[in-house]
Design a protein around this ligand. Sequence first.
Ligand code: ADP
Ligand code: ASP
Ligand code: MG
Length: 439
Amino acid sequence: MGLKVCKFGGTSMADGQVMKKVKKIITSDKDRRFVVVSAPGKRYSGDIKVTDLLYKCYDEVANGLSCKEAFAKIRARFEGIVKELNLDFDIASILDETEERINKEKSADFTASRGEYLSAIIMSQLLGAKFIDCENVVFFNEHGVLDSNKTYKAINEALKGAELAVFPGFYGQDVNGKVKTFSRGGSDITGAIVAGAVNASLYENWTDVSGFLACDPRIVDNPKKIKSLSYKELRELSYMGANVLHSESIFPVRRANIPIKIKNTFRPEDEGTTILPIARYSPNGSIVTGIAGKKNFTVIFIEKSLMNSEIGFIRKVLSVLERFNIAVEHIPSGIDTMSVVVESSAVEGYKLDQILECIKFEVEPDIIRVTENVALVATVGHGMSSSVGTSARLFKVLADANINVKMIDQGSSELNIIVGVKNEECEKCISAIYHEFFS
Ligand code: ADP
Ligand code: ASP
Ligand code: MG
C-alpha cells in the first residue's frame, strides 16, 4: 500500500506488556516504518498518566523545590517498563539527566514533554529503530504555530537512511530554542505532522477503542461505530469534545489528502474508522454521523433595537473581545440580538466585568446579559443538509427530555447544529440526541 505513519497513544504505551503488542503490530506490516508515541497513560482506572505526574514535578520546581519526590514515581514507572521488556540499556542515567534538566530548565512545557521523550527512547530500543528527538525536528514560529516548511525539511533530513524510526509526540522547539508542547492530547498532531512530512499513504492512530464512535462511550453504553467520516466531520466532532483524536491533527494530513485510520491496539483485527477527504468519503446513509459536547462556556447576550441597521455593531462588539485577546467560539444572531460564546476560562474573574463595561461603552445595548456554565452539544453529519426535518426531530427530543435549550447555532455549512444547554445537562442531551438518531 505504501508508507504508513503510526501513532500509539498513552494506553498503548502504559506498560511493557502493551508495548510488546505495539511491537507486534509494527513488525507485522513492513509499511509501518515511522512511529510516534505518547507518554505512558493509565494502566487501570485510578492510575495516573505520566504526563500528569510530570506536571506535578513542575509544580514542585515552580515552588522553588527540587522535584525529587514526584520524579521518583516517574523513575519507577520507566525503570519498571525497561525491566519488563528485558532491555539492556542504561535507562538510569537517562532518567538522571532528565531529572537534572527538569530542575534546571524550570519550564512546564519542557517537564511535560519528558514522558514522550522517555517512552520514545524505550520504544526505539525495543524495535531496534532510530530515535528522532522532536526537539530537533518540530519547529514553532514566533506566533507559536507550527513552521511546517522548516519542520518537514528537518524530519526528512533526520529520516535519511532510516528504515524504522520512532518520534516522541507532543512537543517541538520554539523560536527561542526552548521545548514547547502542543495542547493536551497533542501527540496526535505530531503523528499527523510526520505523516504529512513523509507524504505517507496512511496515518494510523492506534488507541484503546475500535474506532470513532457516534458519541462518547462514557456517556452512552456501546455507541455505534462510525465506519468512515470526512475530515470536516472529524474536525467538528473532535473540536467539540470527541477527544479520541486531537482536533488540530487533521491539518497536516488534509493538505496532502492522507487518510487517517483509527485502530485499537488491544483488538488490532477490528476494522476501525477511516477518515477521508470529502471527495472520497461515501455517506453511510445516516443523517447524523456523530454527537459531541464540551462544557464550560459563557454566553454574552446583547439586545438592541435596530441593531441590524447599525453599521459596524457586530465589529464593535467583537473588537472588545479582540482587545482582551479572547477567542470567540460562536456568534448566533437575530435581527436585534446577538450572542457571543466564549470559553469560561478565558473570561475568568474581573475580566468578564471589564468586557461587559467596554461593550456597554462601545454599543450602548438595551440589554446585556450573561449566562455561565453552558455546555455546547454538536450534532454533526453531511447527511443533515439533504434531509428534511432534522432540526425539528432534534428539538422535539430535547423538549421531551425536558432539556432547556439556551442557545442554537446552525453552522452555515449545514454540517452541524449546536445547542447550548446547562453544564449538568450535557450528558443527558447527548444521550437523548443519540437515541433519537441511532436507536
Ligand atoms: P490515546 O491515549 O490513545 O491518545 P485518548 O484517551 O486520547 O487515547 O482517546 C481515546 C478515548 O477517547 C477513548 O478511550 C474514549 O473514552 C474517548 N472518546 C471520547 N469520545 C469518543 C468517541 N466519539 N469515539 C471514541 N472514543 C471517544
Ligand atoms: N501525553 C500528552 C497528554 O497527556 C500528549 C498525548 O498523550 O497526546 O496530553
Ligand atoms: Mg489522545
